[in-house]
Write a new protein. Structure first.
Length: 387
Protein backbone atom coordinates (compact mmCIF):
# COMPACT_ATOMS: atom_id res chain seq x y z
CA UNK A 1 0.00 0.00 0.00
CA UNK A 2 1.49 3.38 -0.91
CA UNK A 3 1.93 6.02 1.72
CA UNK A 4 -0.38 9.01 1.35
CA UNK A 5 1.57 12.22 1.93
CA UNK A 6 -0.12 15.29 3.40
CA UNK A 7 2.15 17.37 1.17
CA UNK A 8 1.87 15.95 -2.37
CA UNK A 9 4.39 18.48 -3.67
CA UNK A 10 7.24 17.46 -1.37
CA UNK A 11 10.12 16.06 -3.43
CA UNK A 12 11.23 12.49 -2.83
CA UNK A 13 13.38 10.09 -4.75
CA UNK A 14 10.91 7.29 -5.47
CA UNK A 15 7.41 7.13 -6.90
CA UNK A 16 4.50 5.88 -4.79
CA UNK A 17 2.51 4.66 -7.78
CA UNK A 18 3.01 3.96 -11.48
CA UNK A 19 0.16 5.05 -13.77
CA UNK A 20 -0.19 3.64 -17.28
CA UNK A 21 -2.72 4.51 -19.96
CA UNK A 22 -3.31 5.91 -23.41
CA UNK A 23 -3.84 9.35 -21.86
CA UNK A 24 -3.05 9.41 -18.14
CA UNK A 25 -3.37 13.07 -17.11
CA UNK A 26 -6.64 12.46 -15.23
CA UNK A 27 -5.09 9.68 -13.16
CA UNK A 28 -1.98 11.80 -12.58
CA UNK A 29 -4.21 14.56 -11.19
CA UNK A 30 -6.02 12.00 -9.03
CA UNK A 31 -2.68 10.81 -7.66
CA UNK A 32 -1.66 14.38 -6.85
CA UNK A 33 -4.95 14.97 -4.99
CA UNK A 34 -4.45 11.70 -3.07
CA UNK A 35 -0.98 12.82 -1.98
CA UNK A 36 0.88 10.30 -4.15
CA UNK A 37 4.01 10.82 -6.22
CA UNK A 38 3.21 9.29 -9.61
CA UNK A 39 5.41 7.95 -12.37
CA UNK A 40 3.29 8.25 -15.53
CA UNK A 41 3.61 6.31 -18.78
CA UNK A 42 1.27 7.34 -21.62
CA UNK A 43 1.19 8.22 -25.31
CA UNK A 44 0.82 11.99 -25.16
CA UNK A 45 3.17 13.42 -22.52
CA UNK A 46 1.02 16.54 -22.22
CA UNK A 47 2.47 19.54 -20.40
CA UNK A 48 0.13 19.27 -17.42
CA UNK A 49 0.75 15.52 -17.10
CA UNK A 50 4.47 16.23 -16.76
CA UNK A 51 3.75 18.95 -14.20
CA UNK A 52 1.58 16.62 -12.12
CA UNK A 53 3.93 13.61 -12.23
CA UNK A 54 7.20 12.87 -10.54
CA UNK A 55 8.27 11.80 -14.03
CA UNK A 56 6.41 11.21 -17.32
CA UNK A 57 7.69 8.55 -19.72
CA UNK A 58 6.41 8.64 -23.33
CA UNK A 59 5.29 5.30 -24.75
CA UNK A 60 5.53 4.22 -28.37
CA UNK A 61 2.18 3.96 -30.11
CA UNK A 62 0.79 1.46 -32.58
CA UNK A 63 -1.67 2.98 -35.02
CA UNK A 64 -3.65 5.95 -33.78
CA UNK A 65 -4.13 5.40 -30.05
CA UNK A 66 -2.75 2.00 -29.03
CA UNK A 67 0.18 1.34 -26.69
CA UNK A 68 3.02 -0.81 -28.01
CA UNK A 69 3.18 -3.68 -25.46
CA UNK A 70 6.87 -4.36 -26.09
CA UNK A 71 7.79 -0.76 -25.32
CA UNK A 72 5.53 -0.78 -22.24
CA UNK A 73 7.26 -3.87 -20.80
CA UNK A 74 10.66 -2.34 -21.48
CA UNK A 75 9.83 1.02 -19.90
CA UNK A 76 8.26 -0.56 -16.83
CA UNK A 77 11.29 -2.81 -16.38
CA UNK A 78 13.52 0.27 -16.44
CA UNK A 79 11.45 2.67 -14.36
CA UNK A 80 9.22 0.57 -12.06
CA UNK A 81 10.09 -2.07 -9.52
CA UNK A 82 8.00 -5.09 -8.51
CA UNK A 83 6.92 -3.44 -5.24
CA UNK A 84 5.50 -0.19 -6.61
CA UNK A 85 1.73 -0.38 -7.23
CA UNK A 86 0.69 -0.02 -10.88
CA UNK A 87 -2.70 1.45 -11.85
CA UNK A 88 -3.97 0.96 -15.40
CA UNK A 89 -6.15 3.49 -17.19
CA UNK A 90 -7.57 3.21 -20.70
CA UNK A 91 -6.04 1.05 -23.40
CA UNK A 92 -6.01 -2.48 -21.94
CA UNK A 93 -9.60 -3.76 -22.08
CA UNK A 94 -8.98 -5.51 -25.42
CA UNK A 95 -5.57 -6.88 -24.36
CA UNK A 96 -6.10 -9.26 -21.41
CA UNK A 97 -2.87 -11.04 -22.34
CA UNK A 98 -0.96 -7.79 -21.72
CA UNK A 99 -2.66 -7.33 -18.35
CA UNK A 100 -1.86 -10.95 -17.44
CA UNK A 101 1.82 -10.45 -18.26
CA UNK A 102 1.92 -7.20 -16.27
CA UNK A 103 0.23 -8.85 -13.29
CA UNK A 104 2.82 -11.64 -13.30
CA UNK A 105 5.71 -9.21 -12.96
CA UNK A 106 4.33 -6.05 -11.35
CA UNK A 107 2.00 -5.17 -8.49
CA UNK A 108 -1.24 -4.32 -10.30
CA UNK A 109 -3.87 -2.52 -8.25
CA UNK A 110 -7.13 -3.13 -10.05
CA UNK A 111 -8.89 -5.83 -12.02
CA UNK A 112 -7.05 -8.72 -13.61
CA UNK A 113 -7.75 -10.81 -16.73
CA UNK A 114 -10.65 -12.91 -15.29
CA UNK A 115 -12.67 -9.81 -14.42
CA UNK A 116 -11.76 -8.14 -17.72
CA UNK A 117 -13.09 -11.21 -19.51
CA UNK A 118 -16.42 -11.10 -17.67
CA UNK A 119 -16.90 -7.38 -18.18
CA UNK A 120 -15.32 -6.64 -21.57
CA UNK A 121 -16.09 -9.81 -23.57
CA UNK A 122 -19.57 -8.87 -24.88
CA UNK A 123 -21.13 -12.34 -25.11
CA UNK A 124 -19.89 -13.26 -21.63
CA UNK A 125 -21.19 -10.00 -20.16
CA UNK A 126 -24.57 -10.42 -21.85
CA UNK A 127 -24.85 -13.96 -20.50
CA UNK A 128 -23.90 -12.76 -17.02
CA UNK A 129 -26.45 -9.92 -17.09
CA UNK A 130 -29.15 -12.28 -18.38
CA UNK A 131 -28.47 -14.74 -15.55
CA UNK A 132 -28.62 -11.89 -13.01
CA UNK A 133 -31.86 -10.51 -14.45
CA UNK A 134 -30.29 -7.14 -15.32
CA UNK A 135 -31.72 -5.30 -18.35
CA UNK A 136 -29.24 -5.02 -21.23
CA UNK A 137 -29.17 -4.80 -25.04
CA UNK A 138 -28.86 -7.99 -27.05
CA UNK A 139 -25.46 -8.75 -28.60
CA UNK A 140 -24.51 -10.85 -31.62
CA UNK A 141 -21.22 -12.21 -32.89
CA UNK A 142 -21.92 -11.83 -36.62
CA UNK A 143 -25.38 -10.99 -38.00
CA UNK A 144 -28.26 -8.93 -36.64
CA UNK A 145 -31.77 -10.38 -36.71
CA UNK A 146 -34.01 -9.02 -39.45
CA UNK A 147 -35.61 -5.74 -38.47
CA UNK A 148 -33.30 -5.00 -35.50
CA UNK A 149 -31.08 -1.93 -35.59
CA UNK A 150 -27.60 -2.72 -34.27
CA UNK A 151 -24.25 -1.03 -33.75
CA UNK A 152 -20.90 -2.59 -34.58
CA UNK A 153 -18.36 -2.23 -31.78
CA UNK A 154 -14.78 -3.33 -31.26
CA UNK A 155 -14.34 -5.66 -28.30
CA UNK A 156 -12.65 -3.67 -25.54
CA UNK A 157 -12.91 -0.44 -27.51
CA UNK A 158 -13.20 2.92 -25.76
CA UNK A 159 -13.96 6.50 -26.69
CA UNK A 160 -16.68 5.64 -29.20
CA UNK A 161 -14.33 5.87 -32.20
CA UNK A 162 -15.13 2.31 -33.22
CA UNK A 163 -18.95 2.44 -32.95
CA UNK A 164 -20.99 2.57 -36.17
CA UNK A 165 -24.42 1.41 -37.33
CA UNK A 166 -24.13 -2.00 -39.00
CA UNK A 167 -26.12 -5.19 -39.49
CA UNK A 168 -23.09 -7.44 -39.93
CA UNK A 169 -19.87 -7.63 -37.92
CA UNK A 170 -16.55 -7.40 -39.75
CA UNK A 171 -15.23 -10.49 -37.95
CA UNK A 172 -12.90 -11.41 -35.11
CA UNK A 173 -12.55 -8.72 -32.46
CA UNK A 174 -15.87 -7.07 -33.34
CA UNK A 175 -19.50 -7.62 -32.36
CA UNK A 176 -22.99 -6.20 -32.83
CA UNK A 177 -25.07 -4.65 -30.07
CA UNK A 178 -28.76 -3.81 -30.21
CA UNK A 179 -29.21 -0.06 -30.65
CA UNK A 180 -31.29 1.55 -27.91
CA UNK A 181 -32.76 5.03 -27.85
CA UNK A 182 -32.73 7.21 -24.75
CA UNK A 183 -30.58 9.28 -22.43
CA UNK A 184 -26.98 8.14 -21.89
CA UNK A 185 -25.73 8.26 -18.31
CA UNK A 186 -22.85 6.75 -16.39
CA UNK A 187 -22.72 5.39 -12.85
CA UNK A 188 -19.45 5.82 -10.95
CA UNK A 189 -18.98 3.11 -8.33
CA UNK A 190 -16.49 1.22 -6.21
CA UNK A 191 -16.28 -2.56 -5.91
CA UNK A 192 -14.59 -4.73 -3.32
CA UNK A 193 -15.14 -8.00 -5.19
CA UNK A 194 -18.43 -8.68 -3.40
CA UNK A 195 -20.38 -5.44 -3.05
CA UNK A 196 -20.61 -2.11 -4.84
CA UNK A 197 -20.79 1.41 -3.49
CA UNK A 198 -22.56 3.73 -5.92
CA UNK A 199 -20.90 7.16 -5.78
CA UNK A 200 -22.52 9.38 -8.43
CA UNK A 201 -24.29 9.63 -11.78
CA UNK A 202 -23.21 11.74 -14.74
CA UNK A 203 -24.73 12.47 -18.13
CA UNK A 204 -22.68 11.72 -21.25
CA UNK A 205 -22.85 12.94 -24.83
CA UNK A 206 -21.27 12.26 -28.21
CA UNK A 207 -19.22 14.57 -30.43
CA UNK A 208 -19.92 12.94 -33.80
CA UNK A 209 -17.68 13.15 -36.83
CA UNK A 210 -18.27 11.89 -40.35
CA UNK A 211 -16.48 8.58 -39.74
CA UNK A 212 -17.18 8.27 -36.00
CA UNK A 213 -20.85 9.12 -35.28
CA UNK A 214 -20.64 7.93 -31.66
CA UNK A 215 -17.31 9.51 -30.72
CA UNK A 216 -17.18 10.39 -27.01
CA UNK A 217 -17.84 14.08 -26.37
CA UNK A 218 -17.87 14.56 -22.62
CA UNK A 219 -19.71 14.17 -19.33
CA UNK A 220 -21.21 16.33 -16.60
CA UNK A 221 -22.44 15.60 -13.10
CA UNK A 222 -23.59 14.91 -10.54
CA UNK A 223 -27.13 14.35 -11.74
CA UNK A 224 -30.06 12.62 -10.06
CA UNK A 225 -32.32 9.98 -11.56
CA UNK A 226 -35.72 8.73 -10.47
CA UNK A 227 -35.17 7.25 -6.97
CA UNK A 228 -36.58 3.86 -7.98
CA UNK A 229 -34.17 3.70 -10.95
CA UNK A 230 -31.23 4.71 -8.73
CA UNK A 231 -32.11 1.93 -6.28
CA UNK A 232 -32.49 -0.61 -9.10
CA UNK A 233 -29.11 0.33 -10.59
CA UNK A 234 -27.41 0.15 -7.18
CA UNK A 235 -28.81 -3.35 -6.65
CA UNK A 236 -27.69 -4.42 -10.13
CA UNK A 237 -24.16 -3.15 -9.53
CA UNK A 238 -24.00 -5.15 -6.30
CA UNK A 239 -24.87 -8.28 -8.26
CA UNK A 240 -22.39 -7.58 -11.07
CA UNK A 241 -19.53 -6.81 -8.68
CA UNK A 242 -20.15 -10.01 -6.77
CA UNK A 243 -20.44 -12.16 -9.89
CA UNK A 244 -17.48 -10.68 -11.80
CA UNK A 245 -15.25 -9.90 -8.81
CA UNK A 246 -14.86 -6.22 -9.70
CA UNK A 247 -12.53 -4.27 -7.42
CA UNK A 248 -11.65 -0.60 -7.22
CA UNK A 249 -13.04 2.38 -9.06
CA UNK A 250 -15.21 1.54 -12.08
CA UNK A 251 -18.13 2.86 -14.09
CA UNK A 252 -21.22 1.52 -15.82
CA UNK A 253 -22.60 3.05 -19.03
CA UNK A 254 -26.40 3.05 -18.96
CA UNK A 255 -29.26 4.01 -21.25
CA UNK A 256 -32.40 5.50 -19.73
CA UNK A 257 -35.24 4.37 -21.97
CA UNK A 258 -38.94 5.08 -22.04
CA UNK A 259 -39.72 2.04 -19.93
CA UNK A 260 -36.74 1.95 -17.55
CA UNK A 261 -33.00 1.53 -18.02
CA UNK A 262 -30.47 -0.79 -19.61
CA UNK A 263 -26.84 -1.56 -18.78
CA UNK A 264 -24.75 -0.99 -21.91
CA UNK A 265 -21.19 -1.51 -20.73
CA UNK A 266 -18.95 -1.93 -17.67
CA UNK A 267 -15.59 -0.12 -17.51
CA UNK A 268 -13.62 -1.91 -14.75
CA UNK A 269 -11.05 0.87 -14.24
CA UNK A 270 -10.75 4.55 -13.31
CA UNK A 271 -11.87 6.62 -16.30
CA UNK A 272 -12.89 10.00 -17.64
CA UNK A 273 -15.31 10.69 -14.78
CA UNK A 274 -12.30 11.48 -12.57
CA UNK A 275 -12.39 14.97 -14.11
CA UNK A 276 -16.03 15.38 -13.09
CA UNK A 277 -16.03 13.84 -9.61
CA UNK A 278 -12.53 13.92 -8.10
CA UNK A 279 -13.36 17.07 -6.13
CA UNK A 280 -14.85 18.01 -2.78
CA UNK A 281 -17.05 16.81 -1.18
CA UNK A 282 -15.85 13.37 -2.33
CA UNK A 283 -12.59 12.13 -0.82
CA UNK A 284 -9.64 11.57 -3.20
CA UNK A 285 -10.91 8.91 -5.60
CA UNK A 286 -7.57 7.20 -6.15
CA UNK A 287 -7.31 6.69 -2.39
CA UNK A 288 -10.78 5.07 -2.47
CA UNK A 289 -9.58 2.91 -5.39
CA UNK A 290 -6.69 1.51 -3.35
CA UNK A 291 -8.92 0.92 -0.32
CA UNK A 292 -11.61 -0.86 -2.35
CA UNK A 293 -8.99 -3.08 -4.01
CA UNK A 294 -8.09 -4.35 -0.55
CA UNK A 295 -11.73 -4.90 0.36
CA UNK A 296 -12.75 -1.63 2.04
CA UNK A 297 -15.78 0.37 0.90
CA UNK A 298 -16.50 3.89 2.23
CA UNK A 299 -19.70 4.87 3.99
CA UNK A 300 -20.68 7.52 1.45
CA UNK A 301 -24.11 8.65 0.30
CA UNK A 302 -24.87 9.12 -3.39
CA UNK A 303 -23.45 12.48 -4.48
CA UNK A 304 -26.13 15.05 -5.33
CA UNK A 305 -25.88 18.41 -7.12
CA UNK A 306 -26.84 20.08 -3.81
CA UNK A 307 -24.01 18.39 -1.92
CA UNK A 308 -21.52 19.15 -4.70
CA UNK A 309 -22.65 22.78 -4.91
CA UNK A 310 -22.48 22.72 -8.72
CA UNK A 311 -22.48 20.50 -11.78
CA UNK A 312 -19.01 20.01 -13.31
CA UNK A 313 -18.33 19.01 -16.88
CA UNK A 314 -15.39 17.89 -19.00
CA UNK A 315 -15.54 17.82 -22.80
CA UNK A 316 -13.05 16.58 -25.37
CA UNK A 317 -12.07 19.17 -27.99
CA UNK A 318 -11.27 17.54 -31.34
CA UNK A 319 -9.36 19.36 -34.06
CA UNK A 320 -11.66 20.64 -36.84
CA UNK A 321 -8.59 20.89 -39.09
CA UNK A 322 -4.90 20.02 -38.89
CA UNK A 323 -2.72 22.60 -37.17
CA UNK A 324 0.42 23.07 -35.07
CA UNK A 325 0.14 23.99 -31.38
CA UNK A 326 1.52 27.53 -30.99
CA UNK A 327 -0.75 29.09 -28.35
CA UNK A 328 0.91 29.76 -25.00
CA UNK A 329 -0.39 30.03 -22.35
CA UNK A 330 -3.64 28.12 -22.65
CA UNK A 331 -6.63 29.12 -20.48
CA UNK A 332 -6.87 27.64 -17.00
CA UNK A 333 -10.02 25.72 -18.02
CA UNK A 334 -7.94 23.59 -20.41
CA UNK A 335 -6.36 20.24 -19.50
CA UNK A 336 -4.33 17.69 -21.49
CA UNK A 337 -2.21 20.54 -22.86
CA UNK A 338 -0.13 19.51 -25.91
CA UNK A 339 3.50 20.71 -25.89
CA UNK A 340 4.33 23.67 -28.13
CA UNK A 341 5.02 22.60 -31.69
CA UNK A 342 2.87 19.46 -31.53
CA UNK A 343 1.24 18.65 -34.87
CA UNK A 344 -2.42 17.70 -34.39
CA UNK A 345 -4.29 16.19 -37.31
CA UNK A 346 -7.93 16.69 -38.25
CA UNK A 347 -10.23 14.80 -35.89
CA UNK A 348 -7.58 14.10 -33.26
CA UNK A 349 -8.19 15.23 -29.66
CA UNK A 350 -6.52 18.56 -28.88
CA UNK A 351 -7.29 18.85 -25.19
CA UNK A 352 -10.00 18.60 -22.52
CA UNK A 353 -12.16 21.59 -21.57
CA UNK A 354 -13.68 22.13 -18.12
CA UNK A 355 -16.79 24.05 -17.09
CA UNK A 356 -19.20 24.29 -14.16
CA UNK A 357 -22.78 25.44 -13.84
CA UNK A 358 -26.17 24.93 -12.26
CA UNK A 359 -27.13 22.02 -14.50
CA UNK A 360 -25.93 19.95 -17.45
CA UNK A 361 -27.40 22.32 -20.04
CA UNK A 362 -25.50 25.31 -18.62
CA UNK A 363 -22.28 23.29 -18.47
CA UNK A 364 -22.60 22.19 -22.09
CA UNK A 365 -23.36 25.72 -23.25
CA UNK A 366 -20.22 27.00 -21.50
CA UNK A 367 -18.12 24.18 -22.97
CA UNK A 368 -19.38 25.04 -26.46
CA UNK A 369 -18.48 28.73 -26.06
CA UNK A 370 -15.04 27.87 -24.71
CA UNK A 371 -14.41 25.45 -27.57
CA UNK A 372 -15.24 28.12 -30.16
CA UNK A 373 -13.11 30.73 -28.38
CA UNK A 374 -10.15 28.39 -28.05
CA UNK A 375 -10.28 27.33 -31.71
CA UNK A 376 -10.18 30.97 -32.82
CA UNK A 377 -7.16 31.60 -30.60
CA UNK A 378 -5.39 28.40 -31.68
CA UNK A 379 -5.97 29.14 -35.36
CA UNK A 380 -4.70 32.71 -35.07
CA UNK A 381 -1.58 31.65 -33.14
CA UNK A 382 -0.84 28.89 -35.66
CA UNK A 383 -1.21 31.33 -38.61
CA UNK A 384 1.05 33.91 -36.99
CA UNK A 385 3.73 31.32 -36.32
CA UNK A 386 3.64 30.27 -39.96
CA UNK A 387 4.13 33.83 -41.30
Amino acid sequence: MPSFSHDPLSPKDAADVVIVGVAARGLAAAARRAGLRALVLDLFGDDDTRELALAAIPLRRIGAFAIDPADLYEQLAIHAGPDIPVVLGTGFEHQPEVVERLAARFRLVGNGPPTLAWTKEPLMLARLLHNLGIPHPQVFADHAPAGMRTLEKRIGGSGGWHVKPASESRGWGWYLQEELQGRTVSALFLGNGHKARLLAFSEQWCEPSEDAPYRYGGAAGPIRLDPSIEASIASALDAVVNAAGIVGLASADLMLTGDGWSLIEINPRPGASLDVFDHEPLPPLLRLHFEACRGELPDLALLTPEAAGMVRGAGVFYAPFSFEMRLDPLPDWVADRPPQGTRIETGEPICTLFAAGRDVREVRDTLARRRDQLWRDLSMASRKAAE
